[in-house]
Design a protein around this ligand. Structure first.
Ligand SMILES: CC(C)(COP(=O)(O)OP(=O)(O)OC[C@H]1O[C@@H](n2cnc3c(N)ncnc32)[C@H](O)[C@@H]1OP(=O)(O)O)[C@@H](O)C(=O)NCCC(=O)NCCS
Length: 153
């Protein structure tokens, strides 16, 4: 049975391993994942298969500037489990928890050529009747992504 549960502090090594194998996700440090597990475990979720292998993850943070805003940091699904609705279920967990917490805006960035990710977020918004707004392009000389926002109310 596939299970989705909250991130815990002792998951961080396997989360880092998972991210390493889930391109184009950027691997961050163990320290970064520990911070997520320590301070944002209620909005970070892991998906495990019957053998308790990590097959999907969504991580995020809540804005300290505006408590009505959350940000999806990373989402990924193991290659052999894709197109089975796992990412959709992870987003659903994230959105439902945010709604419970009184969060009205969820932001996320997508690389301009990441069609799978764009379709995923667009389809979820369409199915749930959520407005998905393009906010702006965020870029440096070496990096470019588009910032989007779900408006939950
Ligand atoms: C993007 C990603 C998370 C999608 O995970 P998933 O579990 O396969 O997604 P779902 O099964 O929930 O798919 C939902 C919808 O997203 C869209 N989608 C998913 N993968 C797609 C692909 N490869 N091409 C086009 N559309 C795709 C489809 O509309 C799909 O619905 P459908 O299967 O009924 O057509 C996964 O491909 C992944 O881990 N990619 C690498 C990491 C990454 O790019 N993360 C996002 C960074 S912003």
């Amino acid at each position: 049975m596939i299970v989705i549960r909250n991130l815990e502090e002792n998951d961080i090594e396997k989360l880092l391993e998972f991210v390493k194998n889930c391109k184009p996700l950027t691997e961050h440090t163990l320290y970064t994942y520990w911070v997520l597990s320590r301070y944002f475990p209620n909005i970070c979720f892991l998906c495990e298969n019957e053998s308790r292998e990590l097959i999907g993850a969504i991580t995020g943070v809540i804005s300290a500037k505006n408590q009505e805003h959350a940000f999806i940091w990373q989402i990924g699904v193991r290659l052999d489990y894709r197109r089975k609705g796992i990412a959709t279920s992870l987003i659903d967990k994230f959105v439902n928890k945010c709604t419970q917490l009184g969060i009205s805006y969820i932001e996320f960035t997508i690389e301009p050529n990441n069609v799978a990710s764009f379709n995923l977020f667009k389809k979820y918004a369409g199915c749930k009747g959520i407005k998905m707004k393009k906010i702006k392009m965020v870029k440096t000389q070496l990096w470019k992504e588009v910032l989007y926002r779900y408006e939950l109310k």
